[in-house]
Each structure stands twice: as C-alpha cells, then as structure tokens.
Write a protein that binds this ligand. Sequence first.
Ligand code: OGA
Ligand code: MN
Length: 241
Amino acid sequence: MPKKRFWVLADCQPFSMLYRGAVKYRSSIANHFFLFGICMHPTIAVETAFEALIDGIVDRHFAVLDGFLSELEVVSLRSSFEQKLEDGAFHRAGIGQGEQHTRDAEFRGDLIHWLDRSTALPTGQAFLDRMDGFVSYLNRTCYTGLNGYEFHYAVYPTGTFYKRHLDQFHQDDHRRYSVICYLNDNWQPEDGGELVIYHPDGDVVIEPLGGRVVFFESALLEHEVLPARRDRYSLTGWLRR
Ligand code: OGA
Ligand code: MN
C-alpha cells in the first residue's frame, strides 16, 4: 500500500507500540489512554486511529487497535445487535459465493445480519458513517481506489467457530481489506473465541475484546476463529474495490 503522507504523532506512541510489540493482544493501560483520547478529542483521534491502522498494514499487512469504538459505542451497537436478533433478522452464515455457496456448521457456525443503511438503527448508521470516513481517508492518503464496503453483525453462539480460511473468494477479488470490530462485554481468556491470524512471521492470537478492531489484507492472511465458550459478538466487514 503506497502512502502519500506519513507522520506519527507523539500521542500515537502507546498504541503503535501495542500492535508492533506483542503477539498476544490483551488490554493494557495504553488502551485506556487511547479510549480516553477518543472521548476527549473525537475528530483528531478518529484520524489518528486511521493512521495507526494504515501503519499496521504498511508494516505487516494487519493491525489491531483497541478503543476504536468507545465503550458507549460498543454498548449501543450491541443493543442494536440484540434488537435485530430479537426481530429474527439473523441467518446462518454460509461459505463461498454463487453456486459454490453452502452452509456447513463443521466449517463455520456463526449467525449473521447484513447491515443496510436504510434499515440500520442510528448507531449502526453512525458506524457506517465512520466507515465512509475510513474509505475516503484511505483513498485520499493511500490511493487505495476503494469504492464500497459490506458489513454484517455476527454472533458465534457458544461452541461455534470458523475454521481457517481466506476472506477473498476464488473468482472475486473485490474484498480488499477485512475490518472486524468486537462488541463483547468483559471477555475473559477462558471464554476462548480468539481470532488466530496465520502470519508468515508467526501466528497471532487476538482476543475479541469489546472496542477492539482488527484490520487486514483480505487476499493475504489466512485466519480462523477458535471455539467460543460464550456467545461472541462482532461487526465484521470488507472494504471493496
Ligand atoms: C470472518 C472472520 C473473524 C472474527 O467473518 O470472515 O474471519 O474474529 N471473522 O470474527
Ligand atoms: Mn474471515
């Protein structure tokens, strides 16, 4: 990904260390600093977060960032999520595309609901606004040529998982970047459900902590979701070209 502009604000240091340093991502004081930063300076912090995500892609094809969604946003998105669940708006997710599309619980066990701007609740719409901002920021600063996205809520009921896979389809390379935001409350190590990224430099294990975002190149990195021992909530999507 070529980058037009490059700067790292002094402010940015705690969380850039976060995703460059450790391979196991767990909450730390630095994350809370960032959370605080978002509350205090929303406009600056949003662009700073975009920069941190882009730096991750430039350095290692993925980024993990805590506090991308504030605690308030997580709570409010989870409540829209639960509303849609109650409305029966979720269905079993499938594998593949077109004629190849199948549903196989041995491979993936999540239930999904596609976000649609016209029917999304206000908090879902605000999230899509943030993604509009991210797409235009990427296009402006990195010439990514993105022209859309698709997002769904996903719940992995207790005991379910998603085996190792790549997000790009064989016959369709429109999905360029994967974006996964976690909406879990007080997720503990014993709850399982980690995302494992099979990176050429070594496997990366990421806990699905509320407010955390994972951003990676859809065509490059295989990954899997380990069995969740508690219902696991996320908002997942792809930036497209
Ligand atoms: C996916 C996926 C990972 C996660 O939906 O394709 O890999 O951590 N999700 O939820
Ligand atoms: Mn995936």
